[in-house]
Design a protein around this ligand. Structure first.
Ligand code: ADP
Length: 246
């Protein structure tokens, strides 16, 4: 039996969790939560709970994998066995391998890899509790963990999804919207607005995709503000040169 809701948006324009169509779920972040990692961040977004840890830059072994002119950035997304209602089989899956690949690439234009030839920067994103939008939550946490590790970056990366329910575009899908909605369009972007991740499930028209991207842009602006607030409270500045002096 399907537990698909009859309606996702009520007559007042409110979604099942009380949000408007262009509102993201409440997000809290805490940096520097792991003492053994070079950088870390714990993020809660709605009912998602994600921990990101960064190790490096450190020498890459085996050495044959080293890149002579830049660091290698490795990103591993993983869902804990206990993160969903039914236990997830531990270890990589097709889904987690794909998410790891595209999420690592979402940082491509910002991480200044040229400073660390032969090194590796490992980013681990562990989903402790999953409730739709975990790949986007993981990217938001990983950005702050990279900054916390002192990795030189040209700017931050933020990520959120747009979807479609009841014929309307909605920002930052919750679980029923993700499960039963008509589309899911996760997006990541830099502060300059360069899109670094764009995936799509379901059906959207070209016009809806264009509108959805603009909606995601507004969502990412809210996330950048949350990330910068966390940086300010930890380092007292968001100025890159000041941060690199730490
Ligand atoms: P995302 O978490 O980035 O939205 P998906 O759209 O693939 O990625 O998944 C949506 C949601 O479905 C997840 O957040 C999680 O709550 C749930 N989910 C994903 N994979 C599994 C799984 N193997 N078992 C149970 N639930 C899952």
């Amino acid at each position: 039996m399907s537990d698909k809701p009859e309606k996702f948006i009520d007559e007042n324009g409110l979604r099942l969790d009380g949000r408007r169509v262009d509102e993201i779920r409440p997000m809290t972040v805490e940096m520097g939560v792991l003492s053994r990692a070079d950088g870390s961040c714990y993020l809660e977004w709605g009912n998602n709970k994600v921990l990101a840890a960064v190790y490096g830059p450190r020498e890459l072994h085996p050495r044959r994998l080293q890149r002579p002119s830049e660091a290698l950035v490795r990103y591993r997304y993983n869902m804990a066995a206990f993160s969903v209602e039914d236990r997830i089989r531990p270890g990589p899956s097709r889904r987690s391998t794909e998410i790891s690949k595209v999420s690592g690439e979402a940082f491509e234009p910002v991480v200044m890899k040229q400073f660390y030839p032969g090194a590796v920067i490992d980013v681990f994103a562990e989903v402790l509790q999953a409730d739709a939008g975990t790949r986007t939550a993981a990217i938001n946490a990983a950005t702050l963990a990279l900054v916390d590790a002192g990795i030189p970056m040209k700017g931050l990366v933020a990520s959120c999804a747009v979807g479609k329910v009841d014929g309307q575009l909605v920002l930052d899908l919750n679980k029923p919207e993700d499960n039963y909605g008509d589309a899911d369009l996760p997006i990541a972007m830099t502060e300059d607005g360069e899109i670094t991740l764009l995936q799509m499930d379901g059906n959207l028209t070209a016009d809806e995709i264009a509108k959805g991207i603009e909606m995601a842009r507004k969502g990412c602006e809210q996330i950048f503000a949350i990330q910068k607030e966390a940086l300010l409270s930890k380092f007292g500045t968001t100025d890159e040169e000041e941060l690199l002096k730490e």
